[in-house]
Design a protein around this ligand. Structure first.
Ligand code: HEM
Length: 395
Protein backbone atom coordinates (compact mmCIF):
# COMPACT_ATOMS: atom_id res chain seq x y z
CA UNK A 1 0.00 0.00 0.00
CA UNK A 2 1.34 3.42 -0.89
CA UNK A 3 0.69 6.04 1.78
CA UNK A 4 -0.43 9.47 0.62
CA UNK A 5 2.39 11.96 0.74
CA UNK A 6 1.78 14.51 3.52
CA UNK A 7 3.02 18.08 3.58
CA UNK A 8 6.58 17.09 4.35
CA UNK A 9 8.33 20.24 3.31
CA UNK A 10 11.91 20.40 4.58
CA UNK A 11 12.33 23.83 2.97
CA UNK A 12 9.69 25.49 5.15
CA UNK A 13 10.64 27.84 8.02
CA UNK A 14 8.64 25.63 10.42
CA UNK A 15 10.80 22.67 9.48
CA UNK A 16 14.04 24.59 10.04
CA UNK A 17 12.76 25.84 13.42
CA UNK A 18 11.70 22.39 14.61
CA UNK A 19 11.93 19.40 12.26
CA UNK A 20 11.05 16.82 14.92
CA UNK A 21 7.23 16.90 14.56
CA UNK A 22 7.80 16.35 10.83
CA UNK A 23 9.98 13.30 11.54
CA UNK A 24 7.28 11.94 13.87
CA UNK A 25 4.78 12.39 11.10
CA UNK A 26 7.12 10.63 8.66
CA UNK A 27 7.67 7.75 11.07
CA UNK A 28 3.93 7.42 11.64
CA UNK A 29 3.51 6.80 7.90
CA UNK A 30 6.29 4.23 7.84
CA UNK A 31 10.01 3.72 8.30
CA UNK A 32 10.55 4.29 4.56
CA UNK A 33 8.16 5.63 1.93
CA UNK A 34 8.09 7.31 -1.44
CA UNK A 35 7.87 11.06 -1.36
CA UNK A 36 7.80 11.68 -5.07
CA UNK A 37 8.54 9.37 -7.96
CA UNK A 38 12.03 7.98 -7.51
CA UNK A 39 12.71 9.56 -4.11
CA UNK A 40 12.33 7.57 -0.93
CA UNK A 41 12.44 9.04 2.53
CA UNK A 42 13.83 6.80 5.29
CA UNK A 43 13.03 7.63 8.92
CA UNK A 44 13.62 4.33 10.75
CA UNK A 45 16.83 3.51 12.61
CA UNK A 46 17.00 -0.08 11.31
CA UNK A 47 16.20 0.91 7.73
CA UNK A 48 18.81 3.68 7.67
CA UNK A 49 21.41 1.44 9.29
CA UNK A 50 20.78 -1.20 6.62
CA UNK A 51 21.10 1.33 3.80
CA UNK A 52 24.30 2.95 5.08
CA UNK A 53 25.99 -0.39 5.76
CA UNK A 54 25.27 -1.77 2.31
CA UNK A 55 27.48 0.45 0.18
CA UNK A 56 27.55 -2.11 -2.62
CA UNK A 57 23.83 -1.56 -3.20
CA UNK A 58 23.57 2.03 -2.04
CA UNK A 59 25.96 4.40 -3.81
CA UNK A 60 27.13 7.76 -2.48
CA UNK A 61 27.92 8.95 -5.97
CA UNK A 62 24.86 7.50 -7.61
CA UNK A 63 26.97 5.91 -10.28
CA UNK A 64 27.97 9.50 -11.03
CA UNK A 65 31.45 8.37 -12.01
CA UNK A 66 30.03 7.00 -15.26
CA UNK A 67 28.03 10.11 -16.03
CA UNK A 68 30.67 12.71 -15.30
CA UNK A 69 31.97 14.57 -18.36
CA UNK A 70 35.62 13.92 -18.98
CA UNK A 71 36.71 17.49 -18.31
CA UNK A 72 34.85 17.73 -14.96
CA UNK A 73 36.76 16.96 -11.79
CA UNK A 74 36.01 13.52 -10.35
CA UNK A 75 33.90 13.48 -7.18
CA UNK A 76 35.49 13.95 -3.78
CA UNK A 77 35.65 11.24 -1.15
CA UNK A 78 32.19 11.89 0.29
CA UNK A 79 30.57 11.32 -3.10
CA UNK A 80 32.77 8.42 -4.23
CA UNK A 81 32.22 4.68 -4.06
CA UNK A 82 34.86 1.95 -3.81
CA UNK A 83 37.43 1.52 -5.19
CA UNK A 84 37.97 5.28 -5.57
CA UNK A 85 36.61 5.98 -2.09
CA UNK A 86 38.85 3.31 -0.54
CA UNK A 87 41.91 4.85 -2.10
CA UNK A 88 41.09 8.44 -1.10
CA UNK A 89 40.07 7.48 2.41
CA UNK A 90 43.22 5.41 2.95
CA UNK A 91 45.41 8.26 1.75
CA UNK A 92 43.83 10.89 3.95
CA UNK A 93 43.69 8.48 6.89
CA UNK A 94 47.48 8.17 6.74
CA UNK A 95 47.72 11.86 7.52
CA UNK A 96 44.58 12.39 9.63
CA UNK A 97 45.34 9.86 12.34
CA UNK A 98 43.81 9.44 15.81
CA UNK A 99 47.29 10.06 17.23
CA UNK A 100 47.57 13.32 15.34
CA UNK A 101 44.17 14.37 16.76
CA UNK A 102 45.13 13.34 20.30
CA UNK A 103 48.28 15.43 20.15
CA UNK A 104 46.18 18.49 19.40
CA UNK A 105 44.44 18.41 22.77
CA UNK A 106 46.66 20.93 24.62
CA UNK A 107 46.61 23.33 21.69
CA UNK A 108 42.80 23.14 21.35
CA UNK A 109 42.51 23.68 25.11
CA UNK A 110 44.70 26.80 24.84
CA UNK A 111 42.60 28.20 21.98
CA UNK A 112 39.33 27.46 23.83
CA UNK A 113 40.68 29.05 27.00
CA UNK A 114 41.69 32.16 25.14
CA UNK A 115 38.25 32.50 23.53
CA UNK A 116 36.33 31.79 26.75
CA UNK A 117 38.54 34.10 28.84
CA UNK A 118 37.69 36.94 26.47
CA UNK A 119 33.99 36.11 26.91
CA UNK A 120 34.38 36.03 30.69
CA UNK A 121 35.48 39.69 30.69
CA UNK A 122 31.96 40.63 29.61
CA UNK A 123 28.44 39.77 30.75
CA UNK A 124 26.83 39.24 27.35
CA UNK A 125 27.91 37.98 23.95
CA UNK A 126 26.94 35.96 20.91
CA UNK A 127 28.13 32.44 21.72
CA UNK A 128 28.43 31.49 18.06
CA UNK A 129 30.54 34.51 17.18
CA UNK A 130 32.83 34.24 20.20
CA UNK A 131 33.33 30.49 20.59
CA UNK A 132 31.37 28.03 18.43
CA UNK A 133 32.42 29.62 15.14
CA UNK A 134 36.08 30.63 15.64
CA UNK A 135 37.25 27.49 17.45
CA UNK A 136 36.87 24.95 14.60
CA UNK A 137 38.22 27.40 12.00
CA UNK A 138 41.33 28.15 14.03
CA UNK A 139 41.84 24.47 14.78
CA UNK A 140 41.54 23.30 11.17
CA UNK A 141 43.82 26.15 10.02
CA UNK A 142 46.43 24.97 12.51
CA UNK A 143 45.98 21.31 11.58
CA UNK A 144 46.53 22.15 7.93
CA UNK A 145 49.52 24.29 8.77
CA UNK A 146 48.12 27.69 7.75
CA UNK A 147 50.25 30.30 9.56
CA UNK A 148 48.50 32.69 11.96
CA UNK A 149 49.09 35.70 9.69
CA UNK A 150 47.07 34.02 6.90
CA UNK A 151 44.21 33.04 9.17
CA UNK A 152 41.88 35.93 8.31
CA UNK A 153 42.15 35.13 4.61
CA UNK A 154 41.70 31.44 5.31
CA UNK A 155 38.61 32.21 7.39
CA UNK A 156 37.15 34.19 4.50
CA UNK A 157 37.70 31.26 2.12
CA UNK A 158 36.28 28.87 4.64
CA UNK A 159 33.14 31.05 4.98
CA UNK A 160 32.72 31.19 1.23
CA UNK A 161 33.13 27.45 0.89
CA UNK A 162 30.64 26.78 3.67
CA UNK A 163 28.12 29.30 2.32
CA UNK A 164 27.96 27.29 -0.91
CA UNK A 165 26.28 24.42 0.91
CA UNK A 166 22.92 24.23 -0.79
CA UNK A 167 19.62 22.97 0.46
CA UNK A 168 19.48 20.00 -1.88
CA UNK A 169 21.12 16.63 -2.12
CA UNK A 170 21.94 16.58 -5.77
CA UNK A 171 24.89 18.96 -6.00
CA UNK A 172 28.41 18.38 -4.85
CA UNK A 173 29.01 20.15 -1.57
CA UNK A 174 30.83 23.37 -2.13
CA UNK A 175 30.68 24.76 -5.66
CA UNK A 176 33.19 27.36 -4.61
CA UNK A 177 33.22 30.68 -6.55
CA UNK A 178 35.89 30.61 -9.25
CA UNK A 179 37.92 33.51 -7.85
CA UNK A 180 38.05 31.94 -4.39
CA UNK A 181 38.91 28.56 -5.79
CA UNK A 182 41.72 30.08 -7.84
CA UNK A 183 43.09 31.97 -4.83
CA UNK A 184 42.95 28.80 -2.72
CA UNK A 185 44.53 26.83 -5.50
CA UNK A 186 47.44 29.22 -5.79
CA UNK A 187 47.91 29.42 -2.03
CA UNK A 188 47.86 25.67 -1.45
CA UNK A 189 50.04 24.98 -4.50
CA UNK A 190 52.71 27.13 -2.92
CA UNK A 191 52.18 25.50 0.43
CA UNK A 192 52.25 21.96 -0.98
CA UNK A 193 55.48 22.73 -2.87
CA UNK A 194 57.06 24.16 0.27
CA UNK A 195 56.04 21.10 2.33
CA UNK A 196 57.28 18.71 -0.32
CA UNK A 197 60.67 20.39 -0.12
CA UNK A 198 60.62 20.71 3.65
CA UNK A 199 57.98 18.60 5.45
CA UNK A 200 56.56 19.76 8.77
CA UNK A 201 54.27 18.16 11.33
CA UNK A 202 51.11 19.41 9.63
CA UNK A 203 48.32 17.81 7.63
CA UNK A 204 49.41 19.25 4.27
CA UNK A 205 52.84 17.65 4.72
CA UNK A 206 51.08 14.39 5.59
CA UNK A 207 48.79 14.61 2.57
CA UNK A 208 51.59 15.31 0.08
CA UNK A 209 53.61 12.45 1.55
CA UNK A 210 50.81 9.87 1.84
CA UNK A 211 50.91 7.20 -0.80
CA UNK A 212 49.50 3.78 -1.56
CA UNK A 213 51.32 1.39 -3.86
CA UNK A 214 53.47 4.25 -5.03
CA UNK A 215 50.48 6.46 -5.95
CA UNK A 216 49.82 9.74 -4.22
CA UNK A 217 46.95 12.19 -4.18
CA UNK A 218 46.96 14.25 -7.35
CA UNK A 219 47.05 17.99 -6.76
CA UNK A 220 43.35 18.32 -7.66
CA UNK A 221 42.50 15.58 -5.21
CA UNK A 222 44.52 17.31 -2.53
CA UNK A 223 42.70 20.57 -3.12
CA UNK A 224 39.35 18.84 -3.14
CA UNK A 225 40.22 17.15 0.13
CA UNK A 226 41.03 20.51 1.69
CA UNK A 227 37.70 21.93 0.55
CA UNK A 228 35.92 18.85 1.93
CA UNK A 229 37.66 19.18 5.28
CA UNK A 230 36.52 22.81 5.46
CA UNK A 231 32.94 22.09 4.47
CA UNK A 232 32.57 18.89 6.44
CA UNK A 233 34.39 20.03 9.53
CA UNK A 234 33.72 23.67 10.28
CA UNK A 235 30.02 24.31 10.09
CA UNK A 236 29.18 20.95 11.67
CA UNK A 237 31.40 21.47 14.71
CA UNK A 238 30.18 25.07 15.13
CA UNK A 239 26.64 23.72 15.14
CA UNK A 240 27.48 20.99 17.63
CA UNK A 241 28.88 23.50 20.13
CA UNK A 242 25.95 25.91 19.62
CA UNK A 243 23.38 23.10 19.87
CA UNK A 244 25.05 21.86 23.06
CA UNK A 245 24.83 25.21 24.86
CA UNK A 246 21.27 25.68 23.64
CA UNK A 247 20.21 22.21 24.81
CA UNK A 248 21.76 22.79 28.24
CA UNK A 249 19.92 26.11 28.60
CA UNK A 250 16.67 24.40 27.66
CA UNK A 251 17.29 21.52 30.12
CA UNK A 252 18.64 23.09 33.34
CA UNK A 253 18.22 19.81 35.25
CA UNK A 254 20.68 18.18 32.84
CA UNK A 255 23.09 21.10 33.16
CA UNK A 256 23.09 20.57 36.92
CA UNK A 257 23.90 16.92 36.48
CA UNK A 258 27.04 17.95 34.58
CA UNK A 259 27.98 20.56 37.20
CA UNK A 260 27.67 17.87 39.86
CA UNK A 261 29.52 15.28 37.82
CA UNK A 262 31.78 16.74 35.09
CA UNK A 263 32.70 13.21 33.98
CA UNK A 264 29.29 13.26 32.23
CA UNK A 265 30.58 15.76 29.67
CA UNK A 266 31.55 13.22 26.96
CA UNK A 267 28.22 11.41 27.20
CA UNK A 268 26.41 14.78 27.24
CA UNK A 269 28.05 15.56 23.91
CA UNK A 270 26.91 12.22 22.48
CA UNK A 271 23.40 13.09 23.64
CA UNK A 272 23.54 16.49 21.89
CA UNK A 273 24.68 14.68 18.74
CA UNK A 274 21.66 12.37 19.01
CA UNK A 275 19.09 14.88 20.21
CA UNK A 276 20.03 17.81 18.01
CA UNK A 277 22.08 16.28 15.20
CA UNK A 278 24.24 18.85 13.33
CA UNK A 279 23.89 16.77 10.13
CA UNK A 280 20.21 15.89 9.80
CA UNK A 281 20.30 13.81 6.64
CA UNK A 282 22.37 12.28 3.91
CA UNK A 283 21.42 10.45 0.72
CA UNK A 284 22.18 7.37 -1.34
CA UNK A 285 21.19 5.99 -4.74
CA UNK A 286 20.20 2.34 -5.28
CA UNK A 287 22.51 0.66 -7.81
CA UNK A 288 20.17 -2.32 -8.24
CA UNK A 289 16.62 -3.25 -7.33
CA UNK A 290 16.51 -3.92 -3.63
CA UNK A 291 14.12 -4.28 -0.67
CA UNK A 292 13.95 -2.18 2.45
CA UNK A 293 11.40 -3.14 5.08
CA UNK A 294 9.34 -4.98 2.50
CA UNK A 295 9.28 -2.07 0.05
CA UNK A 296 10.90 -2.48 -3.36
CA UNK A 297 13.31 0.24 -4.35
CA UNK A 298 14.30 0.26 -8.01
CA UNK A 299 17.79 0.77 -9.38
CA UNK A 300 18.47 4.47 -9.87
CA UNK A 301 16.05 5.61 -7.17
CA UNK A 302 17.28 7.82 -4.36
CA UNK A 303 16.87 7.41 -0.61
CA UNK A 304 17.17 10.37 1.73
CA UNK A 305 18.24 8.91 5.05
CA UNK A 306 17.08 11.18 7.88
CA UNK A 307 19.81 10.51 10.45
CA UNK A 308 18.16 12.91 12.90
CA UNK A 309 14.87 10.99 12.67
CA UNK A 310 16.66 7.67 13.24
CA UNK A 311 18.23 9.27 16.32
CA UNK A 312 14.72 9.86 17.71
CA UNK A 313 13.34 6.44 16.72
CA UNK A 314 11.56 4.93 19.74
CA UNK A 315 12.46 1.44 18.50
CA UNK A 316 16.15 2.29 18.99
CA UNK A 317 16.13 4.75 21.91
CA UNK A 318 13.86 4.56 24.97
CA UNK A 319 12.14 7.93 25.53
CA UNK A 320 13.73 9.32 22.38
CA UNK A 321 12.51 12.87 22.97
CA UNK A 322 14.04 13.06 26.44
CA UNK A 323 17.40 14.81 26.62
CA UNK A 324 19.41 12.63 29.01
CA UNK A 325 23.10 13.52 29.38
CA UNK A 326 23.81 10.12 30.92
CA UNK A 327 22.10 8.08 28.20
CA UNK A 328 23.76 4.69 27.67
CA UNK A 329 23.90 2.98 25.32
CA UNK A 330 23.69 5.76 22.78
CA UNK A 331 24.41 4.38 19.34
CA UNK A 332 23.29 7.42 17.42
CA UNK A 333 23.89 7.90 13.71
CA UNK A 334 24.96 11.56 13.88
CA UNK A 335 28.32 10.75 12.26
CA UNK A 336 26.81 8.33 9.75
CA UNK A 337 27.77 4.66 9.51
CA UNK A 338 29.76 2.31 7.31
CA UNK A 339 32.57 3.23 4.96
CA UNK A 340 31.74 6.97 4.96
CA UNK A 341 31.58 7.20 8.76
CA UNK A 342 32.77 10.69 9.63
CA UNK A 343 36.53 10.90 9.41
CA UNK A 344 36.54 13.92 11.71
CA UNK A 345 34.41 12.39 14.51
CA UNK A 346 37.28 12.15 17.05
CA UNK A 347 38.27 15.75 16.31
CA UNK A 348 34.69 17.05 16.53
CA UNK A 349 34.13 15.22 19.82
CA UNK A 350 37.36 16.55 21.28
CA UNK A 351 36.68 20.14 20.20
CA UNK A 352 33.17 20.04 21.64
CA UNK A 353 34.33 18.51 24.92
CA UNK A 354 37.10 21.05 25.37
CA UNK A 355 34.95 24.03 24.31
CA UNK A 356 32.08 23.06 26.57
CA UNK A 357 34.41 22.26 29.47
CA UNK A 358 36.06 25.68 29.22
CA UNK A 359 32.69 27.39 28.83
CA UNK A 360 31.18 25.73 31.91
CA UNK A 361 34.32 26.45 33.95
CA UNK A 362 34.34 30.19 33.19
CA UNK A 363 30.77 31.18 32.41
CA UNK A 364 28.08 31.07 35.09
CA UNK A 365 24.32 31.54 35.08
CA UNK A 366 24.15 31.75 31.33
CA UNK A 367 20.80 32.26 29.70
CA UNK A 368 19.46 33.43 26.38
CA UNK A 369 19.52 37.20 25.97
CA UNK A 370 16.01 37.15 24.46
CA UNK A 371 13.23 34.67 23.84
CA UNK A 372 12.68 35.26 20.13
CA UNK A 373 13.25 32.62 17.46
CA UNK A 374 16.93 32.11 16.66
CA UNK A 375 18.33 32.55 13.15
CA UNK A 376 18.69 29.00 11.84
CA UNK A 377 21.33 27.66 9.48
CA UNK A 378 19.30 27.90 6.28
CA UNK A 379 19.51 24.31 5.05
CA UNK A 380 17.59 21.28 6.24
CA UNK A 381 20.70 19.13 5.91
CA UNK A 382 22.19 20.93 8.89
CA UNK A 383 20.77 21.88 12.26
CA UNK A 384 22.25 24.84 14.04
CA UNK A 385 21.91 28.51 14.85
CA UNK A 386 23.74 31.36 13.16
CA UNK A 387 23.83 33.36 16.38
CA UNK A 388 23.07 32.67 20.03
CA UNK A 389 23.05 35.84 22.16
CA UNK A 390 23.51 35.01 25.85
CA UNK A 391 23.92 36.88 29.14
CA UNK A 392 25.96 35.47 32.04
CA UNK A 393 28.40 36.07 34.85
CA UNK A 394 32.04 35.44 33.96
CA UNK A 395 34.54 34.06 36.45
C1 HEM B 1 29.81 17.51 14.86
C2 HEM B 1 30.58 17.52 13.83
C3 HEM B 1 30.41 16.61 12.64
C4 HEM B 1 29.32 15.90 12.22
C5 HEM B 1 27.94 15.80 12.87
C6 HEM B 1 29.72 15.19 11.01
C7 HEM B 1 28.89 14.33 10.30
C8 HEM B 1 29.30 13.56 9.24
C9 HEM B 1 28.47 12.58 8.58
C10 HEM B 1 27.00 12.26 8.92
C11 HEM B 1 29.21 12.02 7.58
C12 HEM B 1 28.77 10.88 6.64
C13 HEM B 1 28.02 11.37 5.43
C14 HEM B 1 27.53 10.25 4.57
O1 HEM B 1 27.63 9.06 4.91
O2 HEM B 1 26.99 10.54 3.48
C15 HEM B 1 30.51 12.65 7.61
C16 HEM B 1 31.56 12.38 6.74
C17 HEM B 1 32.75 13.06 6.75
N1 HEM B 1 33.19 13.98 7.69
FE1 HEM B 1 32.15 14.65 9.28
N2 HEM B 1 31.02 15.50 10.73
C18 HEM B 1 31.48 16.36 11.70
C19 HEM B 1 32.75 16.89 11.80
C20 HEM B 1 33.79 16.65 10.93
C21 HEM B 1 35.12 17.20 11.04
C22 HEM B 1 35.62 18.08 12.18
C23 HEM B 1 35.80 16.76 9.95
C24 HEM B 1 37.25 17.02 9.54
C25 HEM B 1 37.95 18.04 9.83
C26 HEM B 1 34.92 15.94 9.17
C27 HEM B 1 35.25 15.30 7.99
C28 HEM B 1 34.44 14.40 7.34
C29 HEM B 1 34.85 13.74 6.11
C30 HEM B 1 36.17 13.92 5.38
C31 HEM B 1 33.78 12.90 5.74
C32 HEM B 1 33.72 11.98 4.52
C33 HEM B 1 34.15 10.59 4.90
C34 HEM B 1 34.04 9.60 3.76
O3 HEM B 1 33.39 9.89 2.73
O4 HEM B 1 34.61 8.51 3.88
N3 HEM B 1 33.70 15.88 9.79
N4 HEM B 1 30.54 13.57 8.64
Amino acid sequence: MTAPAPAFNPGSPEFLEDPYPFYKMGQAIGPIWVEQPGIWLAFGYDEITAILKDHATWSSGGGAMDAIPEDAPPPGMLFSDPPRHTRLRSLVSQAFTPRMIEQLEPRIAAIADELVSAMAQKSACDLVEELAYPLPVIVIAEILGVPAEDRAMFKKWSDEVVSTLGGGFDGQAGQVPDATFEAMREYFTRMADARRAEPRADLISGLVRAEIDGARLSFDELLQMLVLLLVAGNETTTNLIGNAVLALMEHPDQLHRIYNDPSLLPSAIEEVLRFSSPVQATARVAMRDTEVSGRTVRAGQQAVTWLAAANRDARAFPDPDTFDVGRAPNRHLAFGLGIHFCLGAPLARMEARIALGAFLAHIQRFRRADDGPLPRVPTFIMRGVRSLPITYRGR
